[in-house]
Ligand binder design. Structure first.
Ligand code: MN
Length: 158
């Protein structure tokens, strides 16, 4: 991003808390499909794009009440900070309740999925490397393997 007084792009983007979700001035909201098995009722906003000086991307995801992110794994890692609401997360073979200000780290090649509570949205910042691999989805044998763990049975959605 350019710096100095010559720039015409503002370096500050104001937070605008709309009733339907957290928003930032001039940051477009990408709506994910409202129905489907991969993810449900999730919006994504890219707050900072990767650049030469900082090759990382900071995104804000918001999962509507009862919704969930995709069940996936990949080589790149996530550093997550919950900003809004509450819900739960699957990471590895652990399922935990999460709420505002909790931190979640997803290591390489580790299954993860975020779930909003039935009566609350779940909004979180997610930091990723700008240069990263594509997520992989679970194959039927992965689901079988995951559902062998008693704490994951009935939790994962795919
Ligand atoms: Mn992921």
């Amino acid at each position: 991003m350019a710096t100095g007084s010559e720039t015409s792009i503002s370096l500050v983007r104001t937070f605008t808390h709309a009733t339907e979700g957290y928003r930032w001035h001039e940051v477009p909201v990408k709506e994910y499909p409202a129905t489907g098995t991969v993810s449900q009722n999730v919006t994504k906003q890219v707050l900072f794009e990767p650049g030469e000086d900082l090759p990382a991307e900071l995104r804000y995801f918001e999962v509507a009440p009862g919704g969930h992110s995709a069940l996936e794994r990949h080589q790149h890692v996530h550093a997550v900070l919950v900003l809004r609401g509450r819900g739960s997360v699957l990471v590895g073979d652990e399922v935990r309740q999460i709420r505002e200000h909790d931190l979640i780290y997803t290591p390489p090649e580790t299954w993860h999925q975020f779930y909003a509570a039935e009566d609350s949205p779940l909004g979180f910042l997610c930091l990723v490397n700008g240069n990263r691999d594509r997520p992989s989805r679970p194959a039927p044998e992965d689901i079988k393997e995951l559902e062998k763990k008693p704490n994951l049975k009935g939790v994962i959605r795919y």
